[in-house]
Design a protein around this ligand. Sequence first.
Ligand code: UDP
Ligand code: MN
Length: 588
Amino acid sequence: MRITNVRSGRIIRIGSACAILVILIYTLFNYSRSEAVSGELGERTFDVHPEQYKSHKDVYPVLKTELGNFEPRNKRSVNGPGEGGRPYNMPQDRANDIAEAESEYGMNIAASDDIAMNRTIPDTRLDECKYWHYPENLPSTSVIIVFHNEGFTVLMRTVHTVIDRSPPNILHEIILVDDFSDKENLKENLDNYIKRWNGKVRLIRNAQREGLIRTRSRGAQEATGEVIVFLDAHCEVNLNWLPPLLAPIYRDYRTMTVPVIDGIDHRTFEYRPVYSHGTNYRGIFEWGMLYKENEVPDREASLHKHSSEPYKSPTHAGGLFAINRKYFLKIGAYDPGLLVWGGENFELSFKIWQCGGSIEWVPCSRVGHVYRAFMPYSFGNLAKNRKGSLITINYKRVIETWFDEEHKEYFYTREPMARFLDMGDISEQVALKEKLQCKSFGWFMENVAYDVYDKFPKLPKNIHWGMVKNKASGLCMDTMGKAAPSYIGTSACHGAGNNQLFRLNEAGQLGVGERCVEADNDSVKQAICRLGTVDGPWSYDEDLNQLIHRLHSFCLTLQPHSKTLALAPCDPNNTYQKWTITHKKPNW
Ligand code: UDP
Ligand code: MN
């Protein structure tokens, strides 16, 4: 029998030949941990100093040849709509129902209504996952599901799968937090439905709309389990999802864990993996604070013997994760100044890493999530006193709290309007950072998020940014709200929103959002900027007001009749080739 122990995601094989190496590795990797185990929060903590390791070895998962201790023994095979996670294509005569559901919920609730609450789904894990044995004594867990106007069957299927696929003695409770929904079937109907679980499922309701960020913090306050797990209200947890998420937290209460997310199709409810089998990704970000994922870099992957082991990740997507409850509250839960949706995943990620914790993604824990067609809810009154993009305001709070001066500049270079946004008061966040003696952002970039620079290098300064206005026509370059890749058009200059907000940087990149302007003789297009580079082909002639494509030595030209853009030989007298790039300070 092969016995291995995992810690910090590192496998240490226990055997005589390796004994010296084992001690060496323990010494190298345990010192940093041992200082941090204080027990001040009162939960189980372990001094993982080498000498004491053996007596506590039961806190580490072990890979064996026999089936894991929490692995389900009986698997069902059923036929019916959506069973096996197969796509459920509804009959043609239901087309109206589908269209209605899609527009109301951003997903096909009519399909969900036909699918069994306890439908079977494919086991998307690596085969190896079935053979991990986890500590028996894992912490009691509260699952928190916040919701605003979700489809009833989708919400309830989330609860059913958690009840059915979690060890009953570990699952302490499920807390549903209603963020002021107004749908009828989420009222008494819901109160009555959950009675079947005899109090294990609790429902609390906000007295007004709070947005998902504050609603999650409220759920954490109300929970009584040792660990809290947040799930969106349209998930299906997969086989044996919970023990692998809890084991790293059991080992160290400052570890936050994240399941690997599978996709559930919003139209057919097909359940399928997002990532190709056996590849591991982790969460990063680009300088405009859009969430990105990157294949786990060698520097992290090489620490692991098995690709089924948890690995470290700089950030997470936001919706689904597990964390020690007292630890979450101790680090201030979410910044209460963040509004509704967005940026909270970064706030928590930076805070955890910089203040002594870590984030691990757990390949053996899989949870399906319905990616909606669009966001079906409005931000309501929550946004009423805010000018400018609410999400960008959230980002600004986060970067002003956690970034250093150097990296803040990259954010403002990528999102120049953000400088003018009112982010409110962050003094409490900064005080918390002081109090917890958190490390610098530079430390985080060097030691944790080092792969960000490979994909999103440090940004050169903008030479000009704002509306790109043509002299002859008075029209402005405009993305026309289209997704990349697509042609760039022109329209009356208004400067509102992001469609006319271009940036020309010192290295010749002409960008708009995360897209770059590319051109050949016939057309001028926007495409997602190439990864790993921040330069581009453009230069601006300050005297002639021409935008010159250096590769072709041609000039950006508005074609007078079609009002489309093209490259043409430069002519200093042609006013259709003259452009100004300007911005006004917004008057908010
Ligand atoms: N949600 C909420 N209040 C809001 C917006 C969203 O409670 O104001 C809930 C929503 O019902 C869902 C979770 O928060 O359970 C995450 O929202 P969503 O699924 O829309 O985010 P996404 O998955 O698109 O990031
Ligand atoms: Mn969601």
